[in-house]
Design a protein around this ligand. Structure first.
Ligand SMILES: [Zn+2]
Length: 387
């Protein structure tokens, strides 16, 4: 059910042909090799540490059993480490398969950044920065983008930022000067800002506020949905391909993505959403473990570390196959066209919040296969515009 899509360009690894066990000089080396192999195999693979009979790492594939529960199945080689060589181990690895330390360091650094900052500064960071700098219209726009539309709540936000010493204590009846100040903020700052934001019309809030939420923000918003804790994934067939499990709240969003890509001429060959695994190369769960992220055609839309923080490189070729060939030749980052990505990014909730964010927009990594839900469960359940 959780089939991996065609393997990324990285090392050529064919499952089933690498059963030879390996011995590594250190635990870190064994782990690094196992992680590298799991990445090469693509989504659905995870690295497991096993202390018995001898400490080693191995790869496991996450599969779904007939009763719907997830199972891990070991596959491929074992990576032993420490002490004398493990029985049946093949000895030191050929130099060609060793992980260049600088590359692994770059990966970890990028994953770390993705972990802590998420894709670009999200509205929550924008909001904190604007409040700290007392840029009220910007703060209100950021809060608006985060879903706060109520003028009293927005006035409280500004008032609290002006009076941190009160720690959010409500204004008492006798504090008439403060009550007056609160009303001046509402009438003079919040209402004019809200008027401008709502006047932005059916296109929603202005472009500046249409930025992606961070992975951390989304994890918090979807926390209770991790790994089917509260809600079971449902199978969803997209683009006529094999069904992938997705979070049930997100079905309409993925259907909208299917319509957007189909209308702009993209034909996926592999689409994959749910698997319970940590974020690639980092710590903490991947958004795939919540069923709120989907990967499309990893071989044509690869994950790349881009420490120089460039913007995504689109191919100008007319056909999807030609664009994919340019990606494989290293001249482009994605087989999507700007129009195809824009069509997906234009999907909004009834409140005008962007529903999906694209991993190709991230700076220090390019995860061009990756689209993730950009709203909270409550925001999503209010429905999609035009959907
Ligand atoms: Zn992904």
């Amino acid at each position: 059910m959780l089939r991996t899509s065609s393997p990324p360009a990285a090392p050529r690894v064919v499952d089933g042909r690498d059963r030879q066990d390996l011995w590594c000089a250190s635990r870190a080396h064994a782990r690094a090799l196992a992680v590298r192999r799991a990445r090469a195999l693509g989504p659905g693979w995870t690295v497991v540490h096993d202390a018995r009979p001898r400490p080693h790492f191995h790869l496991a594939r996450v599969t779904r059993r007939a009763d719907g529960r997830l199972a891990r199945r070991r596959a491929g080689a074992r990576y032993f480490y420490g002490g004398s060589r493990g029985r049946g181990a093949a000895g030191l690895l050929p130099a060609a398969t060793a992980v260049p330390p600088e590359r692994d360091a770059a990966w970890e650094a990028a994953a770390e950044e993705r972990e802590t900052q998420g894709p670009a500064p999200g509205p929550d960071q924008q909001l904190r920065a604007a409040l700290a700098a007392r840029r009220w219209p910007e703060a209100i726009a950021a809060a608006f983008a985060l879903g706060t539309r109520d003028e009293n709540a927005l006035t409280d936000l500004v008032f609290t930022a002006l009076h941190p010493e009160r720690r959010g204590t409500p204004i008492a009846r006798h504090e008439t000067a403060l009550a007056q100040e609160w009303r001046r903020i509402r009438d003079g700052v919040v209402r004019p800002a809200l008027h401008r934001l709502f006047a932005a019309g059916p296109a929603g809030p202005p472009a500046a506020t249409r930025v992606a939420r961070s992975t951390t923000w989304l994890r918090r918003a979807w926390a209770e949905h991790l790994a089917e804790k509260t809600v079971r994934m449902v199978p969803l067939q997209l683009f006529g391909l094999r069904a992938t499990p997705v979070h049930p709240y997100t079905v309409d969003a993925w259907r909208a993505l299917e319509r957007a890509l189909t209308a702009t001429g993209y034909r996926p060959r592999s689409v994959w959403n749910y698997v319970n695994r940590p974020i690639t190369g980092g710590s903490g769960p991947s958004l795939h473990a919540y069923g709120i992220a989907t990967d499309i055609d990893p071989s044509c839309n690869p994950y790349r570390v881009t420490p120089d923080r460039p913007v995504v490189r689109f191919s100008a070729q007319p056909t999807q196959d030609q664009r994919c060939a340019e990606v494989k030749a290293g001249r482009a980052d994605t087989a999507f066209t700007p129009q195809q990505v824009a069509a997906v990014e234009a999907i909004t909730t009834v409140d005008g919040l962007p529903v999906l964010a694209w991993g190709g927009r991230w700076r220090s990594v390019k995860d061009a296969m990756h689209f993730q839900v950009n709203v909270s469960p409550d925001e999503l359940r209010r429905g999609l515009r035009g959907g």
